[in-house]
Design a protein around this ligand. Structure first.
Ligand SMILES: [Zn+2]
Length: 1014
């Protein structure tokens, strides 16, 4: 009782913190009517045009533009479809979907047979349609037809004419159900079998019509339409009702409303045994020290005793998560009570708050090797490792890309001619997409990394160098145009703070259409470079929100971060001075503008959803300071401090710097790069708060927000697949969003932060996390036969990965970071100390390290994870110590041999084993780390767990969708007892179900299982 009361109070607090009441009608903001925008495929408001208001830019086309929009009392300006007028949607709109929801407001002028509200499909024989008056019954009907056979059908009472009604049709793939709602109420439901949309929609041949059937002879719709939406998730009853109610109340949708979680995951009774917790007999209390002002770091795992003859894992304790530091403002002692999922245990933590003393934060003593110093090899069985497979998929496609595609929108912004054959990119870099240019930044980083990594192939190496130089030359030439007269006596504005509005425009606007875009670069201020004019930056200062309209923006500093990071990477790997000049010019532009703004304006900007998302631009600017020594760049980096998250408030009362979780419920990948920026600021400013922010964030995120594959986003409360859950350590209660989890770019950034922290403090748990997320998400995010890759990776039972961008022609954020991840896979296998006295072996990957400063080569031969051992051979000689990671999962039987001799030493899992000696040419080190099965449970519902074999997550291979978790029973004292299979192939069976590594799973899977121990 007590704990549920606590939770209730916490959720009230949350509403206070995050429930924004402002309504921005028709903005494509993060949460619309309580539903995260990642669930939305397209939204057509129809208030004067047929544009898609979602970020996907799937604009509809009207066949006849004459007098199509009419004034309406209720919804102001609406679309009128009559006289055989209809709309077509882009073919790719329904690509790769499993579930689908269509909602719309409709006002029927007349009801006649053969009218179609919409008809979507690839052929007359396989399509999904809705008709106000069904052919057979004469009622409102929605039908799904496959191969000329109806596989699901609902009919409802016929809607009234001359009246607005709200219609929602839901295809729920996991439960194989088909529902129709009228005015927010369920009106008809049907069960289907073989409900599989991939056999109905086909991106090459789809025809998607609103107001007309696929067979041309049918009569068109005679109706008014408003707010037609397409979702890729099956909306639940209360979500449909909310859309209807919000619009009924105010005539508008409600943006940024954070609704209650959707109860569509299995609910477990209190008496369901939760793994090892059912055998618990006691849980240890703990004592923790902290300093005044700093919330204590309570151990997430403590010792427990079990009535089992085995060594069971440590006990996961769920501690309360205060929203400020009021409990530690004075020296003294206080007690915190925790709980253990599925039990009545209430472990106590005694917290001793000590007077302030000089805290010390670590120095950076470790650094990575250069990419060209580490090469990947085939494994000891003569096969390509997963690292090589994925690298080659990317390198071989990247080499074929045309740089002119990645320069297209830059040239377009500066009003320049396109070279012959230049084609624009799709997805988030199209003409009118306000994020255009983002892929170019990722591309610059990727080709720089590819250049550095392809020393094994001179031709490839040279081609990547040519690509880099070409890209930088064009960007340099464009940036040199900004703020300078176009002709000798032309007018111009060189001051970035004085950029005027576009010619003939009364205000700044973000219109990027061919006819609307401004190209007066002479007015843009010196140094300006982007794939669009400066307006978005200026509009954000003036309070613009996120969305697709001319008065809205999409994360200008996010895109700029990618570009700056790319230019810096090109400079660092190849010494291209022009790249540095372009980056510096733009950094000065940003400094000039932002240094003039009051702090309150900056706080407002960086806390504006998505519009104010700035990636890790603080990292790039601090990095630029490190390269150039120019203090303005460091000052500018600090202007991006996320005050609320870092410090709680403007007075720096608490925040992450004092170990308060200030980011619960926030957009995950909006914030992770900011933390990486804090770490880079610590490197350059040595202000300890920045280190504490990064260190506290990592510990909390890894322990309280991480799914078993290593991803950290995916809330169903708040209802957004890209958000952290509303309260820490509630992944089951608030996570596992229906729209997917584990946004892949978020994990890319977590890895970057993780290794960054290791350079300061060599905590083995950092590289344990690194290995987990590398194998089970990053390597698992790439398609089988191409570099197509994932956005979210869904972990609900029976899910399937969706891959996109096989030909690198259109990028989302995650397609962008995938280019980067897969061109630097070797970058964390080895690290060294800055004084060159120590080597760190972090990952077991067949590879060769050339340690230039020591004139030593180290070859690692292994078939890990197909084999559980690895051998290092040293060529050259010298005195240095080698620190070998002993993985946390290698609980027993670890063995070390030096030059073939077993070392009689005790080896602890979850440590680095240090071997210090004078190495001779030909010396060998062999490490054996036996794999065993282990479970990784969700902290607040421990019977839901993932099965690992050593570092490898094993996914159940599913043949069908499912709504429940696959049940398995394992032996409590020996998990492997009932698991059969072949360890070297990493393929196992439990009760007839096949389990394979998640990184080799391309079909339907269950990563989480409902596990019973016996
Ligand atoms: Zn992403």
């Amino acid at each position: 009782m007590k704990s549920s009361l606590t939770r209730h109070i916490l959720s009230l607090t949350l509403i206070f913190l995050f429930c924004k009441s402002e309504t921005y009608a028709q903005s494509g903001d993060q949460i619309l009517d309580g539903i995260g925008e990642t669930g939305l495929i397209a939204r057509y408001i129809f208030d004067g045009n047929a544009k898609d208001w979602s970020r996907n830019n799937l604009h509809a086309t009207l066949q006849d533009n004459t007098e199509t929009y009419v004034t309406d009392e209720r919804f102001k300006n609406v679309l009128s479809l009559a006289n055989e007028n209809y709309l077509t949607l882009p073919k790719e709109t329904l690509n790769g979907i499993e579930s689908l929801t269509i909602t719309t407001w409709i006002y029927l002028n007349a009801i006649e047979k053969n009218q179609y509200l919409f008809d979507f499909g690839s052929t007359d024989d396989s399509h999904f349609f809705a008709t106000p008056k069904a052919k057979k019954t004469g009622e409102f009907g929605a039908t799904l037809v496959k191969n000329a056979v109806s596989i699901a059908e609902t009919t409802t009472s016929s809607p009234e004419v001359k009246k607005w009604i709200h219609i929602a049709i839901v295809i729920d793939f996991p439960s194989q159900s088909f529902n129709t709602y009228l005015d927010g109420e369920l009106a008809a439901t049907a069960q289907a079998s073989n409900l599989d949309l991939s056999t109905i929609f086909n991106s090459d041949s789809n025809q998607l019509f609103i107001g007309k059937s696929l067979s041309a002879e049918e009569t068109s719709l005679d109706a008014l339409l408003h707010d037609f939406r397409i979702y890729r998730i099956p909306l639940r009853k209360n979500q449909v009702a909310r859309i209807y109610q919000n619009a009924s109340k105010t005539g508008e949708s409600v943006v940024n409303e954070r609704a209650e979680p959707e109860d569509n995951l299995p609910v477990f009774e209190d008496n369901v045994p939760q793994l090892y917790n059912q055998y618990l007999t006691s849980v240890a209390d703990v004592t923790v020290e902290t300093r005044v002002g700093q919330l204590p770091r309570l151990p997430r795992f403590v010792e427990g005793s079990y009535k089992l003859p085995i060594e069971a894992p440590q006990v996961r304790v769920l501690w309360p998560a205060p929203v400020d530091n009021s409990s530690v403002l004075k020296p003294g002692t206080y007690e915190v009570t925790g709980r253990v999922a599925g039990t009545n245990f209430e472990p106590k933590a005694t917290v001793i708050v000590k007077d302030k003393d000089a805290s010390s934060t670590p120095k950076r003593t470790i650094e990575p090797f250069k990419l060209e110093e580490v090469s990947l090899n085939v494994n000891s069985l003569g096969q390509n490792s997963k690292f090589i497979e994925n690298r080659d998929k990317f390198i071989n496609t990247l080499i074929e890309t045309n740089p002119d595609s990645f320069l297209y929108m830059f040239r377009n912004a500066f009003g320049q001619e396109q070279p012959d054959g230049a084609k624009p990119l799709g997805v988030w870099d199209t003409q009118e997409t306000k994020l255009r240019g983002h892929a170019t930044g990722h591309y610059l980083t990727a080709i720089a990394q590819a250049y550095a990594s392809t020393t094994y192939d001179k031709k490839l190496h040279q081609k990547f160098e040519d690509k880099m130089n070409y890209m930088v030359n064009i960007l340099y030439d464009l940036s040199q145009l900004s703020g300078k007269p176009e002709s000798t006596d032309g007018s111009f504005v060189s001051d970035p703070a004085a950029v005027p509005t576009g010619t003939g425009k009364s205000s700044y606007n973000s219109d990027l259409s061919e006819t609307g875009i401004r190209t007066d670069y002479w007015n843009w201020g010196l140094g300006y470079i982007s794939a669009y004019p400066p307006d978005q930056f200026i509009m954000l200062e003036n309070g613009a929100k996120y969305g697709g309209q001319e008065n809205q923006v999409w994360a200008p500093y996010y895109t700029l971060h990618k570009i700056l990071a790319g230019l810096i990477d090109v400079y660092e790997v190849g010494g291209n001075e022009k790249a540095l000049k372009v980056a510096e010019g733009m950094a000065e532009w940003v400094h000039t503008r932002l240094s003039k703004l009051p702090a309150e304006t900056l706080i407002t900007m960086w806390n504006t959803y998505i519009a104010g998302e700035f990636g890790g631009i603080n990292e790039s600017l601090a990095h630029l300071y490190r390269i150039t020594g120019k203090p303005d760049y460091l000052k500018t980096a600090q202007l991006f401090d996320n005050i609320k998250v870092f410090y709680g408030d403007a007075e720096h009362a608490h925040g992450l710097a004092k170990n308060v979780d200030t980011y619960r419920g926030l957009h995950a990948n909006q914030h992770i790069p900011q933390i990486m920026g804090a770490l880079e600021l610590y490197r350059n400013s040595e202000s300890p708060e920045y280190y504490n922010i990064a260190d506290n964030f990592w510990y909390k995120t890894k322990n309280d927000y991480m799914y078993s594959i290593g991803g950290v986003a995916g809330a169903r409360n708040p209802a957004n697949a890209e958000c952290f859950v509303a309260q820490p350590a509630t992944l089951y209660e608030n996570g596992l969003s229906a729209g997917g989890q584990n946004e892949t770019c978020g994990t890319y950034n977590m890895l970057k932060l993780t290794r960054g922290l290791f350079f300061y403090k060599q905590q083995p748990e950092l590289m344990d996390y690194y290995e987990r997320a590398m194998y089970n998400q990053i390597l698992a995010s790439v398609a089988e036969d191409s570099p197509a890759n994932t956005y979210h990776i869904p972990l609900r039972p029976g899910s399937k990965k969706q891959f996109s961008n096989a030909d690198m022609s259109g990028f989302t954020c995650c397609n962008g970071t995938a280019l980067e991840s897969s061109t630097k896979l070797q970058n964390s296998i080895y690290f060294k100390s800055i004084d060159n006295k120590a080597l760190f072996v972090n990952l077991f990957v067949p590879s060769t390290l050339n340690w230039t400063e020591k004139n030593v080569t180290i070859k690692q031969e292994t078939a890990f994870p197909h084999k559980d051992h690895s051998k290092l051979t040293i060529k050259g000689k010298g005195k240095f110590n080698i620190n070998i990671r002993i993985p946390g999962w290698a609980k027993t039987g670890v063995e070390l041999k030096i030059n073939g001799k077993i070392q009689n030493i005790s080896i602890e899992p979850g440590t680095y084993l240090k071997v210090d000696r004078k190495w001779k040419n030909g010396d060998t080190i062999e490490l054996k780390m036996p794999f065993r099965f282990h479970l990784d449970p969700i902290m607040d519902q421990e019977n839901i767990a993932s099965l690992f074999y050593g570092p490898v997550l094993l996914a159940a291979q599913e043949s069908e969708p499912r709504t429940d978790f696959r049940k398995i029973t394992l032996d409590a004292s020996d998990l492997g007892k009932t698991i059969t299979g072949n360890p070297e192939e990493l393929e196992f069976k439990i009760d007839g179900t096949v389990f394979k590594p998640f990184y080799e799973t391309y079909d339907r899977h269950s990563v989480y299982l409902d596990v019973t121990l016996k």
